[in-house]
Design a protein. Structure first.
Length: 190
């Protein structure tokens, strides 16, 4: 490989298609990453990069040498709340004319934060497709911003079936797992 090739991306394109950019927390994000190659190179992997970043507006007072006073400085503090890099393919060799679509399925954590955009804070979810190349810059798709929302319906609680048996002494029904009758207090006979 020539020296200059180490600093340039290969002549190829990566596109990420997601049919729906609105996803519920705890749901699956489905899509596909398509790689279209016009160059010859070795790829180490094809992956998606899912990120959730929270930004908060902060203020601090700093001394301004020019005015000889304290001045308020506003800045944005950023923190990555969630990061996932699902791998769609391992190492392979690409040739000019190569075109392949890799199916994508990513889980959005149920305990994550929903997307919002405010004056003093925001939470943004984004995803992009990446073809990683050792020793050269990666080829990436455009970043798609996702809208992560709370689940629409109520949380479904699965009920457990309890088998009831009659008490040997008073005849009232009690749970099969109970050690004593709830009506008369007699111990359950095995």
């Amino acid at each position: 490989m020539s020296f200059l090739k180490r600093f340039t991306k290969p002549k190829s394109s990566v596109s990420l298609t997601v049919p729906n950019v609105t996803v519920e927390m705890g749901g699956e994000l489905k899509g596909a990453i398509t790689v279209d190659c016009n160059d010859e190179f070795d790829a180490t992997e094809v992956r998606a990069e899912l990120r959730c970043v929270e930004k908060r507006r902060r203020e601090r007072w700093v001394y301004d040498e020019r005015t000889k006073h304290q001045v308020r400085q506003v800045y944005w503090d950023a923190a990555t709340l969630h990061a996932a890099d699902p791998k769609l393919s391992g190492t392979f060799h690409l040739l000019p004319g190569f075109k392949k679509t890799f199916p994508l399925s990513v889980n959005i954590p149920a305990g994550g934060r929903e997307s919002f955009d405010g004056m003093d804070a925001n939470v943004k979810w984004s995803i992009k497709g990446v073809v990683a190349i050792k020793g050269r810059p990666d080829v990436t798709s455009e970043t798609i911003e996702l809208q992560v929302v709370r689940p629409a319906g109520p949380i479904v609680v699965k009920e457990k079936e309890v088998v009831m048996v009659p008490c040997a002494y008073c005849g009232s029904l009690m749970a099969e797992t109970a050690t004593a009758c709830g009506n008369c207090g007699a111990p359950r006979k095995s």
